[in-house]
Design a protein around this ligand. Structure first.
Ligand code: MG
Length: 502
């Protein structure tokens, strides 16, 4: 057992936890394989197997002996931060397992497997009516789940808390009220510029998958990744799966034009991977291995995607490599590529949105989810609500549901309360950047050299990554920056960057 854990009760608890960890590990592996290599028709069998294993994990958690050990650990004094975190996270998970009846958890798993099939079908056929009855069940399921879990003010609190420990609807409301005027101001400035355009010509240039794959590997190489511990595969929705500090996997995707989407998917997922690779290895196999919450995780992926990967000095470093994508690329300068990577324009699809308008996509989902949960909005009216919010916030007309309400996988997976973490994490990435620059100097001078990249990685490891989930959202921000979560650095970042670009 690792030297971080000295208390007898904690050591005992962690050794009992190993079986739960193993089942979680195998489920995670099956989930990764489902998205990457599994034949499509295997989805229902895989769904059943995962549901059964999840039920088994719940039963192991609820075994009298394990529960007694958790309760005993809660009474221990003089625990160090790592030991306290083990207790905090096990209590949190136990609480959820105790409140959600086994039959309900099984029902949810079954519903999710079916809803995902229906969603894919509905999206392919551009027919919302195929998915609508499942979405109604998903909304009911979430309402029920919130009732089981309990909440103080808004049923949405209970769901948010599943993804972002301790965050409330009020926190998210106040986050959006503080960023809304900033978004409005920055977007109005950009749209009034002479340089404003809907689309950058580079996005129309074709590329070959193999050439782009080489570039993705080059960027990972520049980031000095250890390919014995990380692999890159392909999936339609890029994601990261982390197993331990010895095995983290990311995916990217390839279209045939607009190469930046593949590139930024790679740098984004790399940010998630680095967080989990740089966790202290002594935390492997414990509940506190890996990133602390979705918001903190997203702050890491957005840091590498936007703040590093979309910076002028980084693009300058890579522009000659981008030119190898084909003869038509050689006419573009480093500055052209920089402008291409930072083209801001309101659009329909969240995952393709630029770093400014992106937040409106999240705000729209947050407002809709909140209204569904409080029963102020019915599923039958969701298309109208979606389309009118896209008009209101982004000024775009939604042509069909495949490019509208059916675009995201989240609801088909049963997840509501997840989206806000994307916006919060993105804003937080600027806060980290500010404090990192205080110590390391200007990022532009660091992101284009190997030494600079290593220094950035080291700062992130020392201040954030090594701790895994030892500290929660609020504590890790306070510990590293000495202040609370703030939008002011993000506002500065946007203003500086886009005043130069537009
Ligand atoms: Mg992400």
């Amino acid at each position: 057992m690792s030297a971080k854990f000295k208390n007898e009760v904690i050591i005992n608890l962690l050794s009992k936890y190993e079986l739960i960890w193993s089942l979680g590990y195998l489920s995670n592996l099956a989930g990764w394989e489902l998205e990457t290599y599994m034949p499509e028709a295997g989805a229902v069998d895989r769904g059943l197997a995962l549901a059964k294993v999840k039920g088994q994990i719940q039963q192991l958690f609820l075994e009298k002996e394990f529960v007694a050990l958790i309760k005993q650990a809660q009474k221990e004094n003089n625990l160090n931060d790592y030991e306290k975190a083990v207790v905090r996270l096990l209590v949190r998970e136990l609480d959820q397992f105790e409140k959600l009846p086994v039959e309900f958890v099984e029902y949810c798993q079954k519903l999710i497997s079916e809803a995902q099939v229906a969603w894919r079908n509905a999206k392919d056929k551009n027919d919302f009516t195929i998915f609508a009855p499942y979405l109604e069940n998903v909304v009911d399921m979430n309402i029920k789940q919130a009732e089981y879990l309990g909440y103080k003010e808004h049923s949405y609190d209970a769901l948010l808390n599943l993804f972002e420990e301790g965050q409330t609807t009020k926190d998210v409301d106040s986050h959006f009220s503080s960023i809304k005027p900033i978004l409005k101001k920055v977007l109005a400035y950009i749209q009034s510029s002479k340089k404003y355009k809907d689309i950058h010509p580079i996005s129309r240039e074709p590329y070959a998958l193999n050439d782009m794959a080489k570039i993705n590997n080059k960027v990972l190489d520049f980031f000095n990744v250890d390919l014995k511990r990380l692999r890159l595969d392909v999936s339609s929705h890029p994601f990261t799966s982390s197993f331990s500090t010895n095995d983290v996997r990311i995916t990217t995707r390839y279209n045939s034009t607009d190469f930046g989407r593949s590139f930024t998917s790679t740098t984004h997922e790399y940010g998630h991977a680095l967080y989990d690779l740089n966790c202290d290895p002594e935390l492997n196999h414990t509940p506190i291995y890996g990133g602390t919450s979705l918001g903190i995780h997203e702050s890491q992926s957005r840091f590498w995607e936007n703040i590093v990967g979309r910076s002028e000095s980084f693009i300058d470093k890579f522009h000659k490599i981008f030119q190898t994508l084909g003869s038509t690329y050689s006419k573009y300068s480093a500055r052209d590529f920089y402008e291409y990577f930072n083209t801001v324009t309101p659009s329909l699809i969240r995952v393709e949105a630029d770093e400014v308008t992106y937040h409106y996509h999240i705000l729209i989902r947050f407002e809709i989810e909140k209204a569904l949960l409080s029963k102020d909005l019915k599923v039958v009216d969701i298309v109208e609500a979606w389309n009118s919010k896209y008009k209101k916030y982004l000024g775009v007309d939604v042509p069909d549901n495949a490019n509208g309400v059916l675009q995201d996988i989240h609801w088909s997976m049963g997840a509501m309360g997840y989206f806000p973490t994307y916006s919060i994490g993105t804003v937080l990435s600027s806060q980290w950047a500010h404090f990192l620059e205080n110590e390391l100097g200007n990022l532009d001078k660091n992101v284009n050299t190997t030494e600079g990249i290593l220094k950035i990685q080291k700062w992130l490891k020392n201040n954030i990554h090594q701790f895994g989930s030892t500290y929660d959202f609020k504590s890790i921000i306070e510990k590293t920056t000495g202040e609370a979560f703030s939008t002011k650095y993000w506002e500065e970042y946007l203003e500086n960057k886009y005043k130069d670009l537009y």
